[in-house]
Write a protein that binds this ligand. Structure first.
Ligand SMILES: Nc1nc2c(ncn2[C@@H]2O[C@H](COP(=O)(O)OP(=O)(O)O)[C@@H](O)[C@H]2O)c(=O)[nH]1
Ligand SMILES: [Mg+2]
Length: 325
């Protein structure tokens, strides 16, 4: 403030402006220019520089491409270098294309509001949990290419644990959303107990997938749930969905920040699954990982044969339609 004293005295003498008014902008400039040690969460997020490998993975899964702007020139340069190295060494012909992995028919077989109504543990299970409205039910439908699971814009619709058969291979479980603010405390406590009992006592449960909305990342309710799973020695993995709603750089940053969050949690699988139920990006890869986890992944030829029969049927149908016309 010392520097502005002479200026202020001149202004005062001339009686031009009320000195207090003049002071205000100087004060704000002085404070905003002061070196700030605290970065906002948004600023911290924007400073994350995701590795080139992650960009490559996301582009391959179908989450868009990185713009050829000055800002990403460094990433593009590194990518070109990696491509060059790959060409020189191994993958001259490139990897064979992935087959389409398919699940057998999905069907609902049990719903439980209390632990006593859990069905018998006849097959291995995979459960989907997450805050209300993150996209759990849509994800199960996309994986199974079905519309059996009810989805909704209204939070809190799934009020029980729903059990689905994936043919005779395994069970997929749709859990009620946690961190739902609109129900009363007593009801929330009942749901919480139901979910905790299920995840900690179910022997057939092979993996809990914690579904997060890519736009929001890890929220307080998620942190609490992740800690609970970790303390109960339940193996869990994060699935990031609605990834179609983020541009590629922000999606990559979101993944890095979630991985950071998972580091201290011993029972977390470090890899984050990245999907969109809307565009189906990442869904085929996720199916493959689930089939592998459940011990049902068949050789490539098996899926190629299914695809070939499907293509044949499709071609016949198209031919029939064109004859009718
Ligand atoms: N854009 C987009 N919207 C999605 C996606 N997945 C779910 N939604 C929408 O999000 C809303 C909630 O989905 P739902 O599956 O019912 O969430 P749940 O409460 O976690 O089971 C619905 O309106 C869905 O259409 C996605 O991958 N992308
Ligand atoms: Mg649901």
């Amino acid at each position: 403030m010392q520097h502005y004293k002479p200026v202020l005295s001149i202004v005062k003498r001339l009686g031009l402006i009320e000195p207090k008014v003049l002071l205000r902008p100087f004060v704000s400039v002085a404070t905003t220019n002061a070196p700030s040690t605290e970065l906002s969460n948004r600023q911290k997020f924007n400073q994350i520089a995701p590795p080139v490998k992650l960009y490559e993975k996301l582009e391959k899964l179908g989450f868009g491409t990185l713009l050829k702007t000055k800002r990403f020139a460094g990433v593009h340069k590194q990518k070109a270098k990696r491509d060059q190295q790959r060409l020189q060494h191994t993958e001259r012909v490139g990897p064979p294309p992935e087959p389409k992995y398919a699940f057998p028919l999905l069907s609902f077989f049990a719903g439980a509001k209390v632990p006593t109504s859990f069905p018998p543990e006849s097959l291995d299970e995979i459960a989907f949990v997450g805050r209300s409205n993150v996209g759990k039910s849509s994800l199960i439908n996309s994986l199974a290419e079905s519309s059996v699971v009810r989805t909704s814009d209204k939070p809190g619709l799934t009020q029980q644990i729903n059990f689905f058969n994936v043919g005779k291979l395994f069970h997929m479980i749709d859990m009620p959303g946690y961190g739902f603010a609109f129900v009363d405390e007593a009801e929330r406590e009942t749901w919480r107990e139901l979910m905790e009992t299920y995840v900690s006592e179910r022997k057939a449960l092979k993996r809990v997938y914690v579904v997060l909305d890519a736009r929001h990342g890890v929220k307080v309710a998620d942190t609490e749930f992740l800690r609970m799973l970790n303390s109960k020695q339940v193996k869990f993995q994060v699935v990031l969905t609605k990834c179609d709603l983020l541009v590629l750089p922000n999606l990559a940053r979101r993944i890095v920040s979630i991985e950071e969050h998972l580091k201290p949690l011993r029972n977390a699988v470090k890899d984050v699954v990245v999907v969109s139920s809307k565009t189906d990006a990442g869904i085929n890869q996720f199916r493959k990982e689930m089939l592998f986890l459940m011990g049902h992944l068949k050789p490539k030829e098996f899926y190629d044969a299914i695809q070939a029969t499907q293509n044949e049927k499709e071609a016949k149908r198209n031919k029939a339609i064109s004859y009718k016309r």
